[in-house]
Design a protein around this ligand. Structure first.
Ligand code: A3P
Length: 327
């Protein structure tokens, strides 16, 4: 609603201007907004503006549910699954809002709402509020970390995240000849230079926190969900406080939700075929279709050399060492 929009925040611009800037190359590798290094994390300037305001004023409720992820790790899918699960008694699956709205329109992305002056949208979400974030755990507002609200985190093999990110950037920047080469993109990613990077810290922090507080953070892996979607849909429903009843299970409601949210189905909905996701005060056009590509495991094999794959695997293994987490 237009009347909900206020001016985008600029109160932290002086601080942001002092932060290290992404390296400037002939062709861009990040999408639209320069990245700044804030407390060891690369964040697009605009999202950092939103983050800093959010840290100051966001108050979470114990019933809130946050979907957290590193970009290109399955956020869109998790949003669809959580939203359809949570709303299943209010909206029948054959007339569901996901048939006419992109998942990103159903579950607001927190940093973006704060960055674009739409924070009031968050206040009007019916309880339990379902919201998403790409922030690393340590940058979440204290009220999220300290309250009893829940967080669902999705992660994915970083090699496939990198490939997905590469394709996403190409679409936004206008093709491979308008951006850094794949080799450069790979090098940047391995240096942690991607929105909300480095990826290894992002994953590890949520992992450690989920071990410490399993009742607060559900830690899910994209590849596992692809393999056993029904099992993880049930786990997700249970964690977000709306488990499937025996009667629902007998009526195959879980399978229907999994089907509704499958990439094959979602890609085919008219709403996801074209049209931009509207983000005021930005010159970046992100089409809804960009969020649905292959949705497979191991697409890195068609883009990376064996040497590149091994190098990234070794880097991640070293970072994960001792954590009990494996790719
Ligand atoms: P690929 O580029 O490997 O195909 P995010 O939603 O975090 O931006 O992640 C995007 C990735 O998730 C893309 O991966 C996209 O195709 C995949 N994806 C989107 N919707 C999906 C769905 N319903 N099921 C499985 N994967 C999905």
């Amino acid at each position: 609603n237009i009347h909900l929009i206020e001016k985008p925040p600029h109160e932290h611009d002086a601080l942001i201007a002092t932060l290290p800037h992404e390296p400037v190359y002939e062709r861009p590798f990040s999408i639209g907004h320069p990245l700044r290094l804030y407390k060891g994390v690369w964040i697009a300037e605009k999202m950092l503006r939103g983050t800093l305001v959010m840290q100051q004023c966001f108050k979470s409720c114990p019933t809130d549910i946050f979907l957290a992820s590193f970009p290109k790790s399955g956020t869109t899918w998790l949003k669809a699954m959580a939203f359809s699960t949570l709303t299943r008694t209010k909206c029948s699956l054959d007339k569901h809002p996901l048939l006419t709205h992109n998942p990103h329109q159903c579950v607001p992305y927190m940093e973006l709402q704060f960055a674009t002056g739409r924070r009031q949208i968050i206040d009007v979400i019916p309880s339990p509020r379902l919201m998403s974030t790409h922030l690393p755990y340590f940058l979440l507002p204290d009220s999220i970390k300290e309250s009893s609200c829940r967080i669902v985190y999705i992660w994915r093999d970083p090699k496939d995240v990198l490939i997905s990110a590469w394709h996403f950037a190409q679409k936004i920047l206008g093709g491979p000849d308008k951006m850094a080469t794949f080799d450069q993109f790979y090098e940047f990613f391995c240096q942690g230079l991607y929105s909300f990077g480095p990826i290894w810290n992002h994953i590890l922090e949520y992992w450690e926190e989920s071990k410490r507080r399993p009742e607060k953070i559900l830690f899910l892996k994209y590849e596992n969900i692809l393999q056993e979607p029904v099992k993880y849909a049930k786990q997700l429903a249970h964690f977000i406080g709306c488990p499937f009843s025996e009667s629902e299970e007998n009526q195959h409601v879980v399978e229907q939700i999994v089907e509704l949210c499958s990439i094959k189905k979602m890609k085919d909905f008219d709403v996801n075929k074209d049209g931009d996701l509207v983000t005021s005060s930005t010159n970046v056009h992100i089409s809804k279709a960009y969020f649905f590509r292959k949705g497979e495991v191991g697409d890195w094999k068609s883009h990376m050399t064996q040497e590149m794959a091994e190098r990234l695997d070794t880097l991640i293994k070293e970072k994960f060492e001792g954590s009990g987490l494996q790719i």
